[in-house]
Design a protein around this ligand. Structure first.
Ligand code: ZN
Length: 136
């Protein structure tokens, strides 16, 4: 693990959350991106070498919608940057961590990502991410 790449925050409304975080951080988001497969609209703020990723559900079946219904808005996951997600997944599986993704898959903002199950990480949903060489 090389750095905290971003912190994901689940929010109900993109308009309200962007207004709040733009005031809080003193800057505007640099991009919005929909990840169709995950049922999520993302909005990104750059903070030094890390980012804040706002997560908004795009459908009632979205995992973010379910998370919001259960827990309400707030910190959803922490993403660690690494140069090799697959090598880290293999290492962590060997350490006994429960993988949600056995291999990296396309995520938002030009990354390949994989998640660990919060049951095995003290209740924290952990994402690993690396730059996707095929991202445009
Ligand atoms: Zn994320």
């Amino acid at each position: 693990m090389e750095k905290i790449e971003h912190i994901g925050i689940a929010v109900n409304s993109v308009e309200e959350a962007e207004k709040l975080f733009t005031a809080l951080l003193g800057k505007s988001p640099y991009k919005q991106e929909i990840v169709e497969k995950d049922g999520v609209l993302t909005s990104f703020y750059q903070i030094g070498e890390s980012k804040i990723e706002l997560l908004i559900a795009t459908s009632p079946e979205s995992p973010i919608r379910k998370y919001l219904d259960n827990k309400g808005p707030g910190i959803h996951h922490i993403a660690f940057g690494t140069s090799n997600v697959q090598a880290e997944l293999d290492r962590l599986a060997g350490e006994g961590f429960q993988l949600i993704d056995k291999a990296p898959r396309p995520g938002a903002d030009g990354k390949r990502v994989a998640f660990l199950h919060p049951k095995s990480t003290g209740g924290v949903l952990v994402e690993l991410c690396e730059d996707d060489p095929n991202a445009q």
